[in-house]
Design a protein around this ligand. Structure first.
Ligand code: PRT
Ligand code: ZN
Length: 285
């Protein structure tokens, strides 16, 4: 039987989350320790463990059918692959950073500077779009030390918490690209492989949706039910069950993480008691 081949990072920041998302989709396989590939036991999937930089090329060439990589790598490599799904992890931004004391009120300040980066293509496009003439100095690692050792005047590198910049006396001046891990696919999947991919994406969406939502249970006095139900959206509408105690009901619903605290405050203000919040494992709508 035909199998779908997915390429994920062998080791590094995306490795564990890539494995976790596949496992949460119910797919079981051995992790890639000292292994180049692994076959899933219970889903038509073969997992290849590769360096993240190589994944776009492998997917473009069809050696792997799909892959998980950061949008930053995708934008830099510019290969013929398409984004199928955003995965919500590996979030970071590609930014220009300058020494702390340096003013940065417009990108034109970069004119004439030497900028160190591992992302020469993305940086080159940014400079071109802004009409800036600067020298790009490509280095493959430890970009943040370049200004301190006199190798460059500024850098263009990935930032997440900002502590690496801070420790090197640098300041984030301009975000060029926001990135997260994405699932990409080649452009010529067979019908059979496309079908497997659709099943995988369906499962990933159920996992993602569940993470964004919480199941909520609460007790409400019956005379306050109308107000409380108005606060709770639910998947269709909240479930209301009578409590053993006269005049009270139990209300069940699903709430979105984004407005979660606001909803809880509203519920309390409207007389809800004994509020329980429970994580949802999968959500199929
Ligand atoms: O060996 P391989 O080539 O596969 O891995 P790699 O060393 O090239 O990549 P890796 O594992 O470091 O990162 C893989 C992907 O994780 C990146 O392509 C991004 O999509 C994503 N990601 C998310 C990050 C970060 N956050 C991140 N903070 N990648 C790197 N960093 C680095 C950054 O370069 C800087 O050195 O972390 C430092 C900054 O972090 P803060 O928290 O101090 O700001
Ligand atoms: Zn890499």
């Amino acid at each position: 039987m035909n199998k779908l081949r997915i390429a994920i990072q062998k080791s590094g920041r995306l490795h564990e989350d890539s494995i976790r998302i596949l496992k949460e989709c119910g797919i079981e396989f051995n992790n890639g320790i000292n292994k180049l590939k692994s076959e899933a036991f219970n889903f038509p999937l073969e997992v290849l463990f590769l360096r993240d930089d190589d994944i776009p090329q492998y997917v473009e060439d069809g050696v792997a059918d799909i892959g998980i990589i950061g949008e930053n790598v995708l934008a830099e490599k510019n290969k013929k692959v398409k984004i199928v799904n955003s995965l919500g992890f590996g979030k970071c931004r590609l930014s220009i950073a300058v020494p702390k004391a340096k003013e940065f009120n417009s990108p034109s300040i970069l004119n004439g500077m030497k900028i160190a980066t591992s992302y020469p293509n993305i940086l080159g496009n940014y400079l071109k779009e802004n009409g800036i003439k600067a020298e790009i100095h490509e280095i493959s690692g430890s970009v943040e030390i370049a200004p301190g050792i006199g190798l460059a005047d500024a850098i263009c590198d990935l930032v997440s918490s900002g502590s690496t910049l801070f420790m090197n006396g640098l300041r984030e001046a301009q975000v060029i690209l926001k990135s997260q891990a994405v699932l990409v696919s080649g452009n010529n999947l067979s019908n059979e492989k496309q079908e497997i991919l659709n099943r995988l994406v369906f499962r990933m969406n159920a996992v993602k949706k569940a993470k964004h939502n919480k199941y909520i249970l609460l007790n409400a006095p019956n005379d306050k039910l109308d107000e409380i139900i108005k606060v709770l959206p639910g998947m269709k509408s909240p479930t209301v069950l009578p409590l053993a105690e006269e005049g009270w009901s139990s209300v069940h619903s699903v709430v979105n993480e984004d407005d979660f605290w606001e909803i809880i405050e509203n519920l309390k203000a409207n007389g809800a008691e004994g509020i329980l919040v429970i994580p949802i494992e999968k959500m199929i709508v």
